[in-house]
Design a protein around this ligand. Structure first.
Ligand SMILES: [Zn+2]
Length: 371
């Protein structure tokens, strides 16, 4: 069958993490998409009894996010809030006036702290006097990034320099993170904690929390065995590979190891025949197949890096190997983080060695070549 992994994104601004992991269309996943069309603006589609699917716009090339409404006794639980912008609040107003049938929102569950997911959580929480439920790390990250002075500019500039970016590109990289507060104007000052293994009763059904790492520090997936549904957030997406990035505040981290381990745990915890509700693209069947494809994708990237690192390479020098099209500066920031995720992973395995060159740039070479 033709590849389902080759989305053709419109040109334009890139800013969310998922789209920055540019797919090369080489994967052919035989996924099954039971609903061919997505809900139109301000409308919902019933996925299962008590489970409604809605879409909100994003101001990026990846132009949408899927959100979920779960019927919850005398009210509704919302899963993920959408990016803060007038179009999204207008669509929420239409949903409130229509689909909620006059019932209130009683709880806001957020899978992780990225702006398209937690963006309007503060607005929703204020409007409905409803609590935010999320994991501790995601709440802390969101609170940290949406408030306070930014004292990490030099850190980010030095991070980009060590990765091989020139002076002016490193300056641009240092500015890159300022967009968070635009999409996340407020984060509720308190929260109800979700954690691995938590069971949340929603509308008389049990939803179990399975946390994932690597894309985000403690992303909450929700699994309902009774209806055989998994709300996967960005941990597993059907057509694009979730961005896995090293970030300046933890330059030696190994998020790819954590991401791959999380996928393994998810495969062990959730049966193959489960309907997956992802944050982007369409609901699908084929969870275990998709997990296998994502792992294979990263293995292929690692093989390409190993071949290139027969000679010493910086993260910047590897970008043309990993991303075969020109990158604008927004894409560059994510691509650099993604390249470093693979480099740190291979270094942790002992396959690569890292050396700080005399020009202040970290270069990686195959461990056998460096002996
Ligand atoms: Zn995300």
């Amino acid at each position: 069958m033709p590849s389902t992994n080759a989305p053709s994104y419109p040109s334009g601004q890139f800013a969310t993490r998922e789209e920055e992991h540019i797919m090369d269309g080489s994967l052919t996943t035989p996924l099954h998409f039971p609903v061919a069309t997505s809900p139109s603006a301000g409308e919902t589609i019933t996925i299962a009894p008590g489970v409604e699917w809605l879409r909100m716009p994003l101001p990026f090339a990846l132009d949408h996010i899927n959100l979920w409404l779960l019927e919850d006794g005398p009210g509704w639980t919302i899963v993920d809030a959408g990016y803060a912008m007038p179009e999204t609040t207008a669509q929420w107003d239409r949903i409130f006036a229509g689909r909620l049938r006059g019932l209130p929102v009683t709880r806001i569950i957020v899978t992780h702290h990225h702006p398209d997911h937690i963006g309007l959580a503060g607005w929703l929480s204020e409007r409905w006097q409803a609590p935010l439920w999320t994991t501790e790390k995601e709440w802390l990250f969101a609170r940290l990034m949406s408030r306070g002075a930014d004292d990490s500019r030099k850190l980010r500039r030095d991070f980009a320099r060590r990765a091989g970016q020139d002076e002016s590109a490193s300056e641009l990289f240092a500015e890159h993170h300022h967009g968070y507060r635009r999409g996340v104007p407020s984060v509720p000052p308190s929260f109800q904690r979700l954690a691995e293994g938590s069971v949340v009763e929603i509308g008389g059904r049990e939803w179990r929390v399975i946390t994932g790492e690597g894309h985000s520090p403690e992303l909450a997936c929700l699994y309902c065995a009774e209806t055989s549904i998994l709300i996967s957030g960005d941990q597993v997406l059907p057509k694009i590979s979730p961005n896995v990035s090293v970030q300046a505040h933890e330059p030696d981290s190994d998020p790819l190891s954590r991401f791959l381990r999380s996928l393994d745990r998810l495969r062990g915890a959730v049966p193959a025949e489960t309907l997956v509700l992802p944050s982007h693209n369409l609901p699908f069947f084929g969870l275990h197949t998709r997990i296998g494809d994502l792992a294979a994708h990263h293995r292929a990237r690692c093989a390409e890096i190993m071949a290139a690192c027969a000679r010493p390479q910086s993260a910047t020098e590897l970008l043309p190997v990993l991303f075969r099209r020109p990158l604008d500066r927004h894409q560059m920031a994510f691509a650099l983080g993604e390249a470093l995720a693979h480099l740190n992973y291979l270094t942790g395995l002992g396959a690569l060695a890292r050396l700080l060159d005399s020009d202040g740039v970290n270069r990686f070479t195959s461990a056998s070549a460096s002996l």
